[in-house]
Design a protein around this ligand. Structure first.
Ligand code: PMP
Length: 983
């Protein structure tokens, strides 16, 4: 029996079979009565069979008649083999009693075709077809599945696998050559052919060392099915089963990742790592991988165009064309050698790169002692106060160092420069330097570091001098005056005088042998951190050529730091995100990772003024130098700050306690209420969070913070229902029923002999997602608690201090005056600072408990922080900003809600908002998993936002109050992108 040879029958139109004919085949050959629906396929005819109740029976697969029975038998056998060997779900032949596993229909079509229909299992869970975004875990899942398929099939053989397929990458170049004519645009054809040829050349060099075995050869998004989390766990369509290079299994899977939204070469690394963990890649396989991805992409482009040219009814093939081009373009984004080095690094097998040394010093007489190394990293002190955002920051710092007496100033090789960071960017910016910059104080003579050939070119920055030696290529560009010896084409010996450096120059040193292929991009001056390992593999630290020490690369990345943290820091103090970036700087509403990636910070409500505010830093530094002690001493700051704080509140609230946190302020408020009333019972609102101390934890019933919160309340804690007008028991206008309900509970407690000491609530419900309380709620409840002899406590820890825009204190929205106000967070802009503000009389009641003292509460430094924060809120008009930018943001998100049904509602006011995500606007089913996944993807797009609320389905939005309109618009654009393209 002859097996298929693509090059003998290049055209494979899908067998022309209607759903009606398919139903007949199912009935006649398999005795199955079924509803039939066509499924797409590039070259077979597939139909989903359902029974009369709609339950899937299986998939009727009618292979392209060019394939012989033994090939189909091989596919069925391989499928069963993988299922048995790896325990993964695969689509296997359903052999029905009384029917053959593979039926035969002779004389189809023009009468000379034989069809081999069979029914295989239908696997539920859905595929990863289409171009929606894939999470790193899904990408890893695809790689793992390819790894398991490859591992299992290493032990499989069958006479039906030695076929000649266009998808077998061993025939990749031949396929591209045969089908390239289908690319009608000559320019594009040339690009695809050239890319395939280059990739092929690389693969051929390695081919002898590439293991060969049977592979599925089509582990793509279309051919996997997923578990409930959307992670691929099943494999279908064995139609391309073939003996080929084992690593091809992975190359195919990777290429399919590239068509998805936001994918790029670096985002495929989780698949490579997952594959490697299951089926380790050999050195040649690692080196051949990206060339094979490019080759696969080229095959996809030409095959897709060919299939639609012969079969323009095949919507599956036509729809795939854009995807195929996208895969190709993305595979080509990074040169082969750069991506290969990047993969090696990801797999922990990077080649070691010692710096290239010089035979003669490039610049004689440069002494490390009078050469200043300019630190432009995220952690450099020179970057404070947003200095890095000035266009000439690097130059200014260098010139300042020269003015300070340096002979030369040199930047660091391989450093991620904050000065190259870009705010509000959806992808990481090119921050990593592949060379160094040098500023001379006076002209410096340069000599050839090695013997080599010279090249000279003019660039926009000045002359570019290249010395091509045997160990490396030196490139110097910029403020050069070349000597008579610097003649293009000239060969020079080491030490030849090449001219002088008179102004700033850029110096790059390329390694030899240069792994770049002709036509590959030159190494850019700056590269994105995602590919830095790959690019830096091509270059060497030029500082060594100057007789200076090489830059030591920071050894600790974000993941290593996280491990170190978990060794010494109690892990119950959780962290945001699966893989949090390492953030070491903040500026205004931006946080910046050590790789120079900036993130828009939508969650740091504590940093009201924004991060890194120089006014706070300066005031603190000054006060620290002068005095920091405790409030038992007599100094002005404590008097001044207490008065300023009391002045923000209604007249009756005139007495201040200073503490260090929200928990402490709430705890003290409870003690004050208990001392004043002589009672112990407290009424709190369900779903609240008030702190971590023993008492504040007792009154916190948010299950997001403590899953056992409701069942572990001590008897003195009583709750009233969360007055949630969106999804609580009473919704919309019915929400007015919450107040009488709470009143009845308070009255009931009093009647049972447990009149409460206090009622405590956030006056704007921050913990539930930033929702306003129903109108009149606090007025009624405060009246009831006071009627029962208790006090009203407002927890303004999250929502106070102007954040809601319309009010400085959130209780103003409810038109009430509490007896005790608790505040923290914003008060110190991140410095531990909290306060309780109450009446003189209530404050005095504490005397029954002894006296009150908090060592650092009210210290001079804390008071100065508090005063400065109030000053800046005023001078920078941050409450006003919270209102205007907040309103703008809210209206823009409501605009998104018109297009994205997942947005159930937008709660909040000013810059305290919550975007509540629901699966269904009628049932309000919380979209919790979606919310978490959306937050993860937003991080990748440069936005930090987190879930909140008991159902974890609200995006909490409480950014620094200096948020600009531009930043708000960026947030909306990224949310729109995620909601449109997936998470
Ligand atoms: N009350 C409320 C409403 C809060 O949100 C928090 C903190 N999330 C606290 C009190 C406790 O504040 P801290 O973390 O400063 O102790």
């Amino acid at each position: 029996m002859t097996l298929f040879d693509f090059f003998e029958s290049v055209e494979l139109p899908v067998p022309a079979i209607t759903p009606m004919q398919a139903a007949d085949i199912a009935a006649q050959h398999f005795g199955v009565q079924a509803d039939v629906a066509a499924l797409g396929s590039q070259q077979d005819a597939n139909f989903l069979l359902r029974d009369l109740t709609g339950v899937p029976i299986g998939v009727l697969k009618i292979a392209n008649p060019v394939f012989s029975r033994i090939e189909l038998e091989a596919q069925d056998a391989a499928s069963a083999f993988i299922a048995a060997g790896e325990g993964i779900r695969t689509a296997t032949n359903i052999t029905l009693a009384g029917s053959p596993p593979i039926a035969q229909i002779d004389g189809h079509g023009d009468g000379d075709e034989t069809l081999f229909p069979r029914i295989i299992t239908y696997l539920d869970g859905g595929t990863l077809s289409g171009d929606a975004y894939l999470r790193p875990a899904q990408v890893a899942g695809l790689g793992a599945l390819a790894g398991r398929s490859c591992r299992a099939l290493a032990n499989f053989d069958h006479p039906g696998v030695d076929r000649v397929m266009q998808w077998d990458l061993r025939h990749g170049i031949r396929t591209v050559k045969v089908l390239a004519e289908h690319i009608t645009d000559p320019g594009q054809r040339e690009v695809v052919e050239a890319a395939a040829a280059r990739a092929w050349q690389r693969v051929t060099e390695l081919a002898d060392d590439l293991p060969i075995q049977v592979i599925h050869s089509d582990v793509t998004g279309d051919n996997v099915v997923c578990d409930r989390d959307g992670i691929p766990d099943g494999l279908i369509d064995f139609g391309d089963l073939v003996r080929s290079w084992a690593v091809g299994e992975l190359a195919v899977a990777i290429s399919s990742v590239l068509c998805h939204d936001g994918a790029e070469p670096a985002t495929t690394l989780p698949a490579i790592e997952a594959f490697h963990a299951i089926r380790p890649l050999g050195p040649a396989e690692i080196d051949a991988l990206w060339p094979l991805v490019v080759l696969r992409a080229a095959v996809l482009v030409v095959s897709g165009l060919q299939q639609s040219s012969i079969d323009d009814d095949n919507t599956y093939a036509v729809a795939g064309q854009n995807q195929e081009l996208r895969i190709f373009e993305r595979a080509m984004q990074i040169p082969l050698d750069v991506m290969t080095a990047q993969i090696r690094t990801a797999l922990g097998v990077a080649r070691s790169c010692d710096p290239i040394t010089a035979d003669a010093t490039l610049i004689a007489g440069l002494d490390p002692r009078d050469t200043v190394r300019l630190d432009l990293s995220v952690e450099s002190d020179a970057m404070d106060a947003g200095a890095w955002l000035e266009a000439d920051c690097e130059d200014r710092l260098a010139r300042a160092a020269l003015a300070g007496g340096a002979r030369a100033v040199l930047t660091e090789f391989g450093q991620a420069r904050l000065t190259r960071s870009v705010l509000l960017s959806e992808s990481s910016p090119a921050t990593v330097a592949t060379g160094v910059q040098l500023w001379p104080a006076t002209p410096l003579t340069i000599t050839a570091p090695w013997a080599g050939a010279l090249e000279v070119a003019e660039t926009g920055d000045g002359p570019l001098l290249t010395v091509i030696g045997s160990a490396g290529t030196l490139r110097i560009r910029g403020g050069l005056r070349l000597s008579a010896a610097a003649v293009p084409g000239q060969s020079v010996t080491a030490g030849t005088d090449l001219g002088t450096i008179e102004g700033p120059v850029w110096i790059q040193c390329l390694r030899h042998p240069d792994t770049a292929a002709p036509g590959d991009a030159e190494v850019p001056d700056f590269v994105r951190p995602d590919y830095a390992a790959g690019w830096l593999d091509r270059v060497s630290d030029p500082a060594v050529l100057l007789g200076l020490a090489p830059t030591t690369q920071p050894a600790e990345d974000a993941a290593t730091l996280r491990q170190r943290r978990s060794r010494a820091f109690a892990e119950v103090q959780e962290h945001y995100y699966d893989q949090p970036p390492r953030i070491e700087r903040g500026w205004r509403e931006h946080l910046i990772g050590t790789d120079g990636r900036s993130y828009l910070d939508m969650v740091n409500n504590v940093a009201v003024l924004g991060h890194g505010h120089p006014a706070v830093a300066d005031a603190v530094a000054r006060q620290w130098r002068r005095l920091n002690t405790n409030s038992r001493f007599n100094y002005a700051a404590v008097a001044e700050f207490s008065a300023r704080l009391a002045a923000t509140l209604p007249e009756s609230l005139d007495t201040v306690f200073l503490v260090n946190s929200g928990s402490e302020s709430d705890d003290l408020a409870l003690r004050l209420a208990m001392a004043t009333t002589g009672r112990n019972d407290i009424v709190a609102v369900a779903e609240a969070y008030h702190g971590w101390t023993y008492a504040t934890d007792a009154i916190s019933t948010s299950i997001a913070d403590n899953p056992n919160a409701l069942s572990t309340r001590p008897p003195w804690v009583h709750t009233v229902p969360s007055p949630n007008a969106f999804r609580g028991e009473h919704r919309g206008t019915e929400a007015s029923k919450y107040a009488p309900e709470a009143v009845a509970i308070i009255e009931g407690l009093a009647a049972q002999g447990h009149p409460p000491a206090a009622f405590i609530a956030e006056p704007f419900y921050g913990n539930a997602g930033g929702m306003a309380l129903p109108d009149g709620y606090l007025r009624a409840v405060y009246a009831a608690v006071r009627a029962a002899g208790g006090l009203a406590i407002a927890d303004e820890v999250q929502v106070g201090y102007g954040r809601t825009g319309r009010w400085f204190w959130a209780f103003q929205q409810q038109d009430v005056i509490p007896d005790i106000v608790c505040v923290a967070k914003a008060m110190g802009n991140g410095q531990p600072l909290g306060a309780v503000i109450t009446t003189r009389e209530i404050a005095e009641s504490f005397r029954t408990q002894g006296y009150f003292f908090s060592s650092a509460g009210g210290s001079p430094v804390s008071c100065v922080v508090g005063l400065t924060v109030l000053d800046v809120i005023e001078t920078e008009r941050l409450q006003e900003n919270a209102l205007t930018v907040g309103d703008h943001l809210k209206s823009r998100i409501l605009g998104l809600a018109a297009r994205h049904p997942l947005i159930g509602t937008v709660h909040g006011s000013g810059l305290y908002m919550g975007v509540e995500l629901v699966r269904d606007r009628t049932t309000l089913e919380p979209a919790a998993e979606e919310t978490t996944a959306i937050c993860e993807r937003m991080l990748q797009l440069g936005v930090i936002v987190q879930p909140t609320g008991d159902r974890q389905n609200v995006l909490k939005m409480k950014p620094p109050m200096c948020l600009t309109r531009e930043s708000a618009d960026f947030f909306v654009a990224m949310l729109d992108r995620v909601l449109s393209t997936g998470w």
